[in-house]
Design a protein around this ligand. Sequence first.
Ligand code: FEO
Length: 170
Amino acid sequence: MISKKLQDAINAQINRELFSEYLYISMQAWFANQNLDGCANWMDAQGKEERFHAMKFFNYVIERGGKVELKAIEQPTIDFETPLKAFMAALNHEQFITKSINDLMDLAIKEKDHASRGLLQWYVDEQVEEESAADKIVSRLKMIGSDIHALFMLDSELGQRVFTPPVAPA
Ligand code: FEO
């Protein structure tokens, strides 16, 4: 059975992952309003991925005999000003999530909870990809600057993204 301390910390992380979904669909709405449908599609896929992250923790808590306690989800930012600022906000958010996953891992190590360490290692690895994906788009948007043609090319590329769950939630 999972300790109360770790259970509470994972419940807080479920809230952060659900907030992540909320933040990304807020970005999706903003991009859709800018007629950048490819970027909106990328955010849609990212939102679905966050939901998967939340449910993987959700299922784990239940599997370990714990209790899932859902909390209120904070309102996300709704105006992102420019595509670059939106993706920079995504990158900053992923860096924040990485820190929270690392804190959870520290707690699992302290509690000698090996099962949770195994689960959290999946998230540690996932965060490397999450940060890298956002960072790459930020770098490209910086190169694009005010070149509208290049922006539409990137938008078209981001329109190809499809979210496929890597594995069934644990
Ligand atoms: Fe669930 Fe984007 O980290």
